[in-house]
Design a protein around this ligand. Structure first.
Ligand SMILES: [Cu+2]
Length: 474
């Protein structure tokens, strides 16, 4: 037992009445019998919202490629049971990663409670090393904050700790270990916590669809299964809820729905999240609801490390709208970083020569990188293609942090099933010009520098840029 100071008398008090269990105390075998059964989930699908049947009512969220953890009411206390453990996460179809997570998945299940709820979370550690859980953004007693060594002793392997506090502030929060954080977060240990308002809130609108997901990143070598935990910036898998496109489900809504999307960032860099076809407002952060006078329209919002951004909009434009991180390297999957830029280099003659010696030889990317998606280059087993995902009219040439907002007129309320591809009304799709191509005309106006440099060299210099090999381009 890691807490030596529990007296026999106190021990039995705790065991007999679980309602008085305190944090930072290992739970005995006797108390274990009072533990709520841990609920496990092994599928990576987006589960339908968990409509509450006990406790205060609320409108549940939908966790993208995830699920909400069921609870037990125990004398007015909402009890959850998290199990920290190694998991196998399918990151995209055919690509599995060996991660650490909670209750069978990475990220762990979403925890949903209501403002004012007394919440008790049992955390069982089935990892090979100690852990804790920190409840990012919450108002709680200091001893429940989960920083190993500072607020509590770490939870040793095989032990169960109890966290208990009142969910005081409505909002979107995250949970993750605060013990060997670098390893445990690089391995996928994280989850989302939603505290719904207990009554109508002047700054928290009711919405028709409420989505949530976490931004996370992994460095898994092509063909390997386990993330490299020492990586600080050069990750090769940029994921939403430990899924990469085309493994990320679309966000399906009914036209004219009011939509909320809550996005938390537990990677090592910022992600400008961009929505096509609609403007949104940032209505909340992990610090709480944003005052109405402080909201402005956006189509991209940067989610910095350790931040949550909650965006809201009316989905009034039908279609399949791209929704993605705007860092172009984050919408690609695993690749080596030693790929030089070959655009403009003509290999045609050389490739023919080499193919005589090495039949599989293929020159990559001399016309851009789109070849990669077209050719579906042979990959080691268990590797997500770098950029792929077939759309209705070709390859989407995306991977990583990419999904779609699918807005449909005939989507039923509460139906999150993928409606398939959007059928564009006649005459509303970009098309090829097949008429005559006129000769270019020179633009008439004469320009000039307002402050010409005196000693500019006479000859023109054409700069040939070649990206350095092994750049850290993130
Ligand atoms: Cu990004």
């Amino acid at each position: 037992m890691s807490t030596p100071m529990i007296s026999r008398r106190k021990f039995f008090q705790g065991a007999g009445a679980v309602t008085t269990a305190v944090a930072a105390a290992s739970v005995s075998k006797v108390a274990m019998s009072a533990l709520p059964e841990p609920v496990m989930q092994t599928r990576p699908d987006t589960m339908p919202p968990l409509v509450p049947t006990t406790g205060r009512p609320y409108n549940p969220v939908v966790t993208l490629n995830g699920w909400t953890l069921p609870w037990r009411m125990n004398h007015g206390v909402k009890e959850f049971h998290l199990v920290a453990e190694p998991v196998v996460r399918e990151m995209s179809p055919g690509f599995k990663a060996h991660l650490w997570g909670y209750n069978g998945q990475s990220p762990g299940p979403t925890i949903e409670v209501v403002e004012g709820d007394r919440v008790r979370v049992f955390v069982t550690n089935k990892l090979p090393e100690h852990t804790t859980v920190h409840w990012h953004g919450q108002r709680l007693p200091n001893g429940m904050d989960g920083v190993a060594g500072l607020n509590q002793p770490a939870i040793q392997p095989g032990k169960t700790f109890v966290y208990e506090f009142v969910a005081r502030r409505p909002g979107t929060f995250m949970y993750h270990p605060h013990a060997d954080e670098m390893t445990q977060m690089a391995m996928g240990m994280m989850g989302t916590w939603i505290t719904h308002p207990k009554a109508r809130h002047p700054l928290i609108d009711e919405v028709d669809r409420d989505f949530v997901f976490l931004l996370n990143a992994y460095d898994i070598d092509p063909g390997a299964y386990t993330p490299k935990i020492m990586t600080m910036l050069d990750f090769n898998l940029w994921s939403w809820n430990s899924r990469v496109f085309p493994g990320i489900d679309p966000l399906v809504v009914r036209q004219h729905d009011k939509v909320r999307i809550r996005i938390g960032n537990l990677t090592m860099t910022n992600h400008p999240i961009h929505l096509h076809g609609h403007e949104f407002r940032v209505t909340g952060t992990d610090g709480g609801a944003v005052p109405k006078t402080a909201r402005w329209p956006e189509v991209t919002t940067d989610v910095a490390v350790g931040q949550m951004r909650q965006i809201e909009f009316i989905a009034d434009e039908e279609g399949d709208w791209a929704f993605h991180c705007h860092k172009s390297h984050h919408t690609m999957n695993a690749m080596g970083h030693d790929v030089p830029t070959m655009i403009g280099v003509d290999h045609q003659g050389i490739a023919k020569q080499i193919t005589k010696l090495i039949p599989d030889y293929m020159v990559m990317s001399e016309r851009g990188m789109a070849d990669m998606a077209e050719m579906e280059m042979p990959l080691p087993d268990n590797t997500a293609p770098m950029m792929t995902g077939d759309g209705p009219v070709g390859s989407v040439e995306m991977g990583g942090m990419f999904s779609m907002l699918k807005v449909r007129r005939d989507q039923k309320p509460g139906d999150y099933q993928d409606p398939g591809w959007y059928t564009h009304p006649k005459g509303t799709v970009a098309y090829e010009w097949t008429g005559a191509m006129p000769e270019p005309e020179r633009f008439e106006a004469q320009g000039g520098q307002s402050m010409p440099a005196k000693n500019m060299p006479a000859q023109e210099v054409e700069v040939q840029v070649r990206k350095p090999v092994g750049h850290a381009g993130h």
